[in-house]
Design a protein around this ligand. Structure first.
Ligand code: TYM
Length: 350
């Protein structure tokens, strides 16, 4: 079975973008893949060093995974800091990655803001730890929202450079396999990861501005639907969502230049596991006064059970913690197997 890895940061509340861009896909992949889902608490230090309630944040993401339908017995759910091999491999990748590569990361530029001298070294190295998260399991498939695409390209670059730089060592240890990258035959230890970004909502936009990404950091709560919102809040936010005055088109072509309409149709499609074409077949020619109530009903139907189960689980910290402990143990065993081999390849005496 192909190996899937993905992570979510325990910072702030989860929103519909996280759910449709990531978690809902995590759930769907379980059937035919071996999946490892991680609460990336080490990464959370790059957004903010001191957290008032780090344990609560970690448990709430874990609860969201479980409430959405991730099976922690058949797969692995854990928090990143429980597996120190992530940080160990990240250090090695810090020595593989080039400063010029990191300087091109748009998320770093956005998050560092104007005064880049004051950004933490951790924020700069964020993508290198992300590459380590994935490659410490030698995972091949990574479901994420579109904003993570550049980080996954960097992950491939890091894997490729490691494979090429250590090619002779990898051969000597007999640990690699022959793969082709483009037309090049490479004797590789790390695989080339494949981002899974498809689906009708790879980038969920703000409900207030269809050109801005839905995000935890938007000061307006009306810009996003939070996973913990109740039916009333969901309904209010969708009713107040920005739209244009026209009816919905009957073809996706007609959504061009209408970012808010495009976003709402994408959300509807993702929530109902349909395509945008299919949604427009039903709603083409209709006004938002018809479409919005249908979207409210659908969103409440899908999100309420998740919300309710999340609240229930949050009251059972003993269970949540036991899931993380068990997942951490199984993840550690797998990660250590890779790290033993990586130490061998590099030539560390162990
Ligand atoms: P984070 O916590 O910022 O986001 C979690 C997931 O939600 C997706 N996402 C969105 N998708 C669609 N529309 C949006 N508006 C939207 N906002 C967020 C993100 O793309 C992400 O998939 N760097 C990762 C965490 C990470 C990771 C990894 C992911 C750490 N290590 C290894 C994959 C593999 C992140 O930004 O998470």
């Amino acid at each position: 079975k192909p190996l899937v890895f993905s992570g979510v940061q325990p910072t702030g509340n989860l929103h519909l973008g996280n759910y449709l861009g990531a978690i809902r896909k995590f759930v769907a992949l379980q059937e035919h893949h071996d999946c490892i889902y991680c609460v990336v608490d080490l990464h959370a230090l790059t957004a903010q060093l001191v957290h008032d309630d780090m344990p609560g944040q970690i448990r709430s993401i874990t609860a969201a995974f479980l409430a959405s339908g991730i099976d922690p017995k058949a797969h692995i759910v854990f928090n990143q800091s429980a597996v120190p091999q992530h940080a160990e491999l990240a250090w090695i990748f810090n020595c593989v990655a080039r400063i010029g590569w990191m300087n091109r990361m748009t998320q770093f530029k956005d998050k560092a803001g104007k005064d880049r001298e004051q950004a933490s070294l951790g924020l700069y190295a964020y993508p290198s730890l992300m590459a380590a998260d994935i490659l410490v399991y030698r995972a091949t498939h990574v479901p994420v929202g579109e904003d993570q695409k550049q980080h996954l390209e960097l992950t491939r670059d890091i894997a490729m450079k490691f494979n090429l730089d250590f090619m002779e060592h990898i051969r000597r240890t007999g640990l690699g396999t022959d793969i082709t990258v483009g037309d090049e035959p490479v004797h590789a230890y790390f695989p080339m990861v494949e981002p899974l970004i498809d689906g009708p909502a790879p980038r969920v936009m703000s409900l207030k501005d269809g050109t801005k990404k839905m995000s935890k950091s938007d000061p307006s709560d009306l810009s996003r639907i939070n996973l913990m919102d109740d039916a009333e809040a969901i309904s209010k936010k969708i009713r107040k969502a920005k739209t244009d005055p026209d009816a919905l088109p009957s073809e996706t072509e007609g959504l061009k230049g209408r970012p808010e309409a495009d976003n709402l149709v994408g959300i509807f499609a993702a929530l109902s596991d349909r395509t945008k074409e299919d949604v427009l077949n039903e709603f083409g020619g209709q006004q938002f006064s018809v479409f919005k109530p249908a979207l409210v009903e659908l969103a409440v139907d899908v999100l309420s059970p998740v919300n309710g189960e999340m609240r229930r689980l949050m009251g059972d910290t003993a269970y949540i913690d036991s899931v993380l402990r068990d997942g951490g143990e199984r993840a550690r065993a797998r990660a250590e197997k890779t790290m033993k081999e990586v130490r061998d390849i590099i030539g560390f005496v162990q």
